[in-house]
Design a protein around this ligand. Sequence first.
Ligand code: ARG
Length: 569
Amino acid sequence: MDTRNDIALAISAATGMDAAELLSYIEIPPDSSMGDYAFPCFRLAKAMRKAPAAIAAELKDKLALPACITRAEVAGGYLNFFEDRAGAAAATIMRVLNEGENYGHSSEGQGKNVCVEFSSINIAKPFHIGHLPSTAIGNSLNRIYKALGYNTIAINHLGDWGTQFGKMIVAYKKWGGGKPIEESTVRELVKLYVRFHEEAEKDESLNDEARAWFRKIEQGDAEAVDLWQRMKTLTLKEVGEVYKLLGVEFDSYNGESFYEDKMQAVIDELDAKGLLKTDKGAKIVDLSEYNMPPCIIVKSDGATLYATRDLAAAIYRKNTYDFVKSIYVVAYQQNLHFQQLKKILELMGFEWAKDIIHVPFGLVSLEEGTMSTREGRVVFLEDVLNRAIDETRDIIKEKGVATDNIEETAKQVGIGAVVFNELSNNRIKDYVFSWKKVLDFNGETGPYVQYTYARAASILRNAGEELTAKAASGKVDPKYITSPSAYELAKLIYKFPQVVVEAGEKYEPSIVTRHIVDLAQSFNRFYHDEHILVDNEEEKVAKLALVIAAKTAIKNGLALLGMQAPERM
Ligand code: ARG
């Protein structure tokens, strides 16, 4: 059923090595004239104490080729395998038709929990373009891990604690004009915040007032807590709209404030384990032995910090969800913070510290320079999404697309364009947000892939229900799908489940993105090279089956990125 697996079993039988390990070595060469599968023999060089080329030659002689392989050839240190292409394409099609929307999924993670923390916005602050990477990457990783069979817990670790809320309250009371918070917008709150910083430049005492108000929140003062809570409610309502547009959902919104009453226990435990030092009145964990600056746990005035809350959060998540992995999708500027966090958990003796996984990503900057909330230079994510929808709507109208629901299509494609762009590059790369690039509907973009999907849908509509149903049953004659472009397409479809596994292992959704671009391009070559709706019905049905399989793989891939697949476009 699975060719790679069959090859691994054959090599295992010949060498006595573990088949699962061998399986992980088998590659699919980019150029199929080199073979359809390749086994890099240098992997065995150490164990067999021989040169890779000699191993390849020896393996070739010893190996009982699996039925799906027609021949094997030695090329340098590789043993290359050539398969029965018609049979392979047919087997792939059959598998996709059977598995449908589960194609590409697996049960690797069954019964295991994975926490995926992402987006983690700050209350009463703009939800801006800089939050797009964490939101899109995290949403995709959450979907990828779910597809791999894990039970995931999507967490939005809200930034809802700290002196900035004291500043917000001072600004709101002084300049808010008595307008109830629920009637304002986050933008208005941000303006007040910006004003606070301007005024505080001139009047130092404002900062003292702000500290006093935050202290009141900490102490549970009714008015202070009420104002803070209402700002939180307002922010969550607004960001909720954006999450809805993006198809993002969370299982938990436990943010920094949630850990307020859970930190003392952690501080006590650190103390009991002899990890706390006093330094100028502050309590710190000394990490100099590990070439890291000290991590401050409690400031000299008794205040706790971001890091203190993260320690409490990590332990809480372990106790609550018993995760096998706890993923944090947070910008690389916080690399040091997460290294410290992990090290401290390790020093506390938690064996699971190794399962804390920081997934960093690069900076988004604007063409006009870096963003600054305080200076009011930000691009709201909501504006980006709405503009993408508007421009897409214009294009759809211009092209006169026959869609029953322009609004819905504009949403799917416009938002898809932004998300796909975000997930196209290796996540660690810094990039400049450019409207031109995001909305380039030609090229390797979301709209291109979605358009390819819609084209496949349209081919099936033109073929009619009866023939589509016949093709979907999978009873096809493989001899009609052996052309180079048909085989290449089938091969990319075949590879999709491996791509999902790799993206999960590397915490890298762009691996899926790139693969579905390849799939779409390959589908378009097939469409261009071959006449699909030919007169010969058997041939037509066989090709339609390949169209269905490609369409399914593209849809499943888009879903892993958090994107929709429009049937008409
Ligand atoms: N709210 C933080 C920020 O905007 C990110 C939080 C990251 N998550 C964490 N557990 N520290 O920078």
